[in-house]
Design a protein. Structure first.
Length: 173
């Protein structure tokens, strides 16, 4: 199995008080092409490396219908650090490939996050400028409505009166 051709699905998990990227240990097991049964392999590695639940991994019991009628499936969603560690534990080319793959994926995720933070910053700056423009326009409208409009109305009334005075309303002609 080539990890580049069959990418591992990432998910967000909470380990401790922190949101992290995680992967299903079954996918790592398959990518490493381990011959041992998954359940035996993951339990052995957890014990060997002293991985801690809710720090390095979370356990999810899938209560979906089991076609064989057995117990629910236990899934281990592991941190990327644990996945890299498991890769190195295999001490083979696949292990190195897995480790390198996860390092590259972390860099990509970090770059995406940084780019999103930059875009969010730009959007917030634009929003602030737009808000300030609206506030200025609101002030202008308020001043216009309270001060300028009455002044203009008074000037207009004055002009109308001048025009009316200048008109000859003598109908006798």
């Amino acid at each position: 199995m080539n990890i580049e051709n069959n990418p591992v699905q990432f998910s967000n998990i909470t380990l401790g008080d922190e949101q992290q990227l995680g992967v299903n240990a079954r996918d790592v097991h398959a990518a490493l092409e381990v011959k041992t049964d998954f359940t035996d392999w993951i339990k052995r590695r957890i014990k060997q490396c002293k991985f801690e639940e809710n720090f390095d991994y979370v356990v999810i019991l899938k209560k979906e219908e089991n076609l064989k009628g057995g117990r629910p499936t236990t899934e281990y969603i592991i941190s990327l650090d644990m996945a890299k560690h498991l890769g190195m534990m295999e001490k083979n080319e696949k292990g190195h490939e897995i480790r390198k793959y996860f390092i590259e994926q972390e860099k990509i995720a970090r770059n995406v996050t940084q780019n999103l933070q930059i875009e969010i910053g730009k959007a917030m700056q634009y929003l602030e400028q737009f808000t300030n423009s609206l506030l200025d326009a609101g002030r202008l409208l308020c001043v216009g409505g309270k001060q300028i409009k009455p002044k203009l109305m008074k000037e207009l009334d004055g002009m109308i009166q001048k025009v009316q005075l200048g008109l000859d309303f003598d109908d006798d002609k």
